[in-house]
Design a protein around this ligand. Sequence first.
Ligand code: SF4
Length: 402
Amino acid sequence: MAENHSCWTRRAFLKAACAAGAGSVITLNHFAASASDEAVVVPTRPFGKTGIEVPILGFGTSLHAAFSQLLLRQAVEWGVTYWDTANTYMGGNSEAAIGKYFTKYPEDRKKVFLVTKSHAGSADGRTRDLNLSLERMQTDYIDLYFAHGIWNADELDVQTKRWAQNAKAEGKIRFFGFSTHSNMEECLLGAAGLGWIDGIMMSYNYRLMYNDRMKRAVEACAKAGIGLTAMKTQAGGQVKTSTATELELAGRFLQKGFTDAQAKLKAVWQNPRIASICSEMPNMTLLMSNVAAALDKTQLSARDNELMQLYAKETRSAYCAGCTDICESCVDGNAPIGDVMRYLMYCNSYGDYKVAATGFNKIPEKIRRSLTNLDYSEAESKCPQGLPIAWLMQEAKKGLET
Ligand code: SF4
């Protein structure tokens, strides 16, 4: 790595990315041959009607202070200046890592569009969380503050609206919104009619984005001027099937010079309504690979999109679409199916056992104990993804309970 990060040029970056094997050799070689010496900066898009331009690649920061400083520094240099965290990530260490960075590089605070979140359901709880986040991140303000992981637009009540208005008036936050990975379409459609939601981060990927209801929800938010950030863009990671579709897709991506992970980012960026992708990038290789994908202008073709839809259909039982309104209401008992599916995804697809187990074991013991005794037959029959819910509950309990 160059000592002086500010002198990374487009040419130097692409050369290094090729050498590291990050991303596509073919595409990056092509770049390297034609690139000028302009600086490497990820393109930007407007974030709703906020008047702010954000990079199309955002940094999902579940970080540890000791290992993150170089990554954060490099992210700024490459224009990856949308930073997303939450007060709970890494038990608060992720916010502390950002605070450590801003203490060392205070001049970078203004370059960063800083997002954090709180699970608190009350105004007092949210205020406590916000104050702690400000202190940990060594900043006077948060650019975008999210209610963390809402399930239903009804959670966006008058009290929440008032809290957001007060926090803005005090200068502690600039914009307010929410994140959601359950019933995303309903949450988006509900928010579009409210008039006081500035931004939303939702699960959005090649498995969800072609769905008519999701298309309508995204369109409604765009019309309402709500900035949209996509998360979970890898849709649970790679599914090992070796179907004819998968093989054809892999061959096509290889020819164009993409990895499948880069292609999945490109699929999301096709929609200009999506301002940014929030991607967790715990190491330099992944940061470089994603930056290379953001710089590369090669588009997916109509056939690529068709095949991705077909592949999503063929492998649908490998992905929980977060439509918990469908399954959880069919179970006679308290079963947080969507949460459990997400913890399984963290473990099986992302290989992050610790995050998965921590989340799973936060489910109250009484609910965990009953998880494998409930009748999921109706939920399974209604699940649009055809997931074997009962079996997956058992797998989660066996593999994640400590
Ligand atoms: S288990 Fe099925 S119905 Fe339930 S949220 Fe996941 S995909 Fe939707």
